[in-house]
Ligand binder design. Structure first.
Ligand code: AMP
Length: 283
């Protein structure tokens, strides 16, 4: 696997590859790779001649300095994982390369960006849109792969691509989970074994919410019951659980309002580690 830390040589390499009619698949990540990331790499390898992964812990999408400081970094381990999975190119830039000049550009996605993650992490989706736009312009992939695990991010990236006419296709990949049901996340590295066990409450709550909805309970009753359950687990704090439209993420109050599919979103803390998860109601 070739590793690039600078934009110019990566571009030169990709221009040559495209001249040979290579289709390019792209998997942007923040590193500390796990099987969820590798599922994206595998999906790209199946559909493209060349797979590019990026590893960059993007400072502009962190609203919390301590979260940025403690975000796990494991470049050598990541390179070994990518090589074992057959990734062709890695782009692992430094901040000076990605943000050579401070930018004044701001993205505003309206309600799609101001609710849920956008409400609890102000500025988060502005940073995501900024770095994803830069990376798309640098790599110019035919397809880019994103996990359903970050459901709102996926919706934001689809909106970005559609509204700014990026010439590429967004592919989504199902969430990869531990046997316990816990969604894989780089942040899980910061949990003790006991905390990992506690963190399974998020996925269990999603399953329970789905079953209760199927049995005809109202969403407000379900939300109140789950709020209570999660918050009575010591060391766990719920930020939100919501039933939303799968396309525009507008909150729904009952299954009768479902038009374009629905998803249940959940977010909260285990100790001081913030985790998110979701469940598509068709799953
Ligand atoms: P991150 O490194 O957390 O920014 O994630 C990079 C990409 O991997 C994003 O598109 C995530 O949605 C995706 N991803 C993270 N965790 C998982 C998972 N457990 N299953 C599938 N995709 C994931």
């Amino acid at each position: 696997m070739k590793v690039f830390t600078e934009i110019a040589p990566l571009r030169t390499h990709l221009i040559r590859a495209r001249k040979e009619n290579f289709s390019v698949g792209f998997v942007p990540t923040m590193g500390a790779l796990h099987h969820g990331h590798l599922a994206l790499i595998k999906a790209s390898k199946q559909e493209n001649n060349l797979t590019v992964c990026s590893i960059y812990v993007n400072p502009t999408q962190f609203n919390n300095a301590s979260d940025l400081q403690h975000y796990p970094r494991a470049l050598e381990y990541d390179i070994a994982q990518l090589e074992a999975t057959g990734c062709d190119l890695l782009f692992a830039p430094k901040d000076e390369e990605m943000y050579a000049r401070p930018t004044q550009i701001r993205f505003d996605f309206g309600d799609l960006g101001n609710t849920f993650e956008g409400a609890f992490r102000p500025g988060h989706f502005n940073g995501v849109a900024l770095v994803v736009s830069k990376l798309f312009n640098i790599v110019q992939p035919d397809k880019a792969y994103f996990g359903q695990k970050d459901f709102q991010q996926l919706a934001i990236v689809k909106r970005l691509v559609s509204e700014l006419c990026f010439d590429l296709k967004i592919e989504s990949v199902t969430t990869v989970r531990e046997l316990s049901g816990l969604a894989m996340s780089s942040r899980n590295m910061r949990l003790s074994e006991e905390e990992k066990e506690k963190a399974t409450i998020f996925y269990k709550s999603l399953l329970r919410a789905r079953d209760l909805l199927a049995s005809g309970r109202s969403w407000s009753t379900i939300r109140a019951a789950l709020n209570h359950d999660v918050d009575s687990t010591p060391g766990v704090k719920l930020e939100y659980i919501a039933l939303v439209d799968a396309q525009n993420l507008n909150p729904l109050e009952s299954v009768s309002e479902i038009r374009n599919g629905a998803v249940i979103l959940i977010a909260g803390f285990v100790g001081n580690v913030r985790l998110i998860d979701n469940l598509l109601l068709s799953e």
